[in-house]
Design a protein around this ligand. Structure first.
Ligand SMILES: Cc1ncc(COP(=O)(O)O)c(C=O)c1O
Length: 426
């Protein structure tokens, strides 16, 4: 029998965590002064959707891009108004044709796949690795058909995917490789930054990320031709290509994906803070991992040799056969203790859009009625690892949600230990 102190909050005992953690917030005086500087100039954006010096945006946007290139050791950075826009621009830039297939992880935020549909191309979901949650290269290889044109790797939770293996597959099959590194700014893949390994990488600067500009994103590439195509898609390509003398006009469709001067000025300050913010997430994660050691059936995050993990999220897998308790019940108990723990991603192929194949209009386009002649499968069961993890196997703690102090990790670990000590009662 447990005494009253160790009794789970779920059963009326005292909560392990009594207080609210402060919100993760790294907007300070520097960002306020930067925004003020732009406001005083009166030039809140200087983009012009025509072939003109202002086609490239104003001084803050251009300075931010040069600084991003330096920080990430990459030749070209192209800012956009969100990572969603950046992914759309990236897929257009690599020359997708309507009806092409693009292989993507089902274990990601929905925009990774909808960006494919925007070009009337077809997302094909390949399964993930059970320990890193990133695309499994073997599953990718199996999913390749004569229609495959690109692979979208997602550096999920803050760790780079198996990029060398995916790049080798891409080269072997003449595919483009895009890296959705929305969650992994500051993570390393060997010597390189996550995001800079694929043909194009796309970072997010939305409010929830390590660093942010409210909304925003950055595309990076070492390829000058792709950089130009990204800039064109960002900014009303169709009205620019003629005067700019661009002859390769496929996918040169007009969007306004432009970042404002205020966002760029804030982004420049945020970028300076990124290394310390990532390092502090890593220190927090290491302390939490030490605190969780030895809990039966619980696997703490796995980082591949050579990788560093940016810990946008601290993911754990749980084996219900070992704990003897469902993931849902354990999460319920942890939440009752005052600890915010979530489950996994809904697998994208199981969303109504894919299950019913209703995207543009009601008649099944682009799967039907267009140039696509393939037989992509979205049935439950096509990605057993991702499906199991979502339904039963994963728990996660958001590391850019609260402004945790190092000692807080001991409290989090003690909360897990309290729940694990009472698994039998759950
Ligand atoms: C993996 C991933 N891809 C894409 C996005 C889209 O980013 P944004 O909100 O900047 O459009 C997100 C944002 O949550 C994400 O986590």
């Amino acid at each position: 029998m447990s005494d009253s102190k160790t009794q789970l909050a779920l059963f009326g005992g005292p909560r392990s965590i009594e207080r609210e953690f402060p919100r993760y917030n790294h907007i300070g005086r520097e960002e306020m002064e930067a925004a003020q500087r732009v406001l005083q100039s009166g030039v809140l954006s200087r983009f012009l959707g025509a072939w003109d010096p202002d086609f490239y945006g104003g001084p803050e946007v251009q300075a931010f891009e040069r600084e991003w290139e330096q920080a990430f050791k990459v030749r070209h950075a192209v800012t956009v108004n969100s990572a969603t826009s950046g992914l759309i621009a990236a897929l257009g830039a690599v020359g997708l044709e309507p009806g092409d297939e693009v292989i993507v992880s089902p274990w990601t935020m929905s925009a990774s796949a909808t960006a494919i549909l925007v070009w009337n191309a077809i997302p094909v979901f390949a399964d993930i690795q059970p320990d890193t949650f990133n695309l499994d290269p073997a599953a990718v290889e199996k999913a390749i058909t004569p229609r495959t044109r690109a692979i979208m790797a997602v550096d999920i939770f803050g760790q780079a995917a198996d990029l060398d293996a995916l790049a080798a597959i891409s080269r072997r099959h003449s595919l483009a490789l895009i890296e959705d590194c929305a969650q992994a700014p500051g993570a390393l893949y060997g010597e390189r930054h996550a995001g800079t390994v694929a043909d194009i990488g796309v970072y997010s600067l939305n409010y929830h990320k390590h660093i942010h500009t409210g909304e925003g994103g950055v595309c990076v590439t070492d390829d000058a031709r792709l950089a130009e195509r990204l800039q064109l898609i960002r900014n009303h390509a169709e009205s620019v290509v003629g005067d700019k003398g661009v002859t390769e006009i496929d996918n040169m469709i007009g969007f306004n994906f432009r970042m404002t001067e205020i966002e760029a000025a804030i982004g420049r300050e945020q970028l300076k803070k990124l290394p310390a913010l990532v390092a502090s997430r890593q220190a927090l994660a290491a302390r939490l991992t030490r605190g969780l050691a030895g809990l039966k059936g619980l696997q703490t995050p796995v980082t591949r040799p050579g990788n560093t993990h940016a810990y946008y999220v601290y993911p754990m897998t749980m084996d219900p056969a070992v704990t003897g308790v469902s993931r849902e019940r354990i999460i319920e108990a942890l939440n009752a203790e005052g600890l915010s723990v979530g489950g996994g991603y809904v697998n994208l192929h199981l969303l109504p859009m894919y299950q019913r194949r209703i995207a543009y209009g009601k008649k099944g386009y682009p799967w039907m009625g267009g140039p696509y002649g393939g037989t992509v499968d979205y049935s439950k069961g096509i990605c057993p690892v991702a499906e199991f993890l979502h339904e039963r196997g994963v728990m996660h703690i958001g590391m850019c949600q609260f402004d945790y102090r190092p000692g807080d990790m001991d409290l989090l670990a003690a909360t897990f230990r309290k729940v694990w000590a009472s698994l039998g009662a759950l």
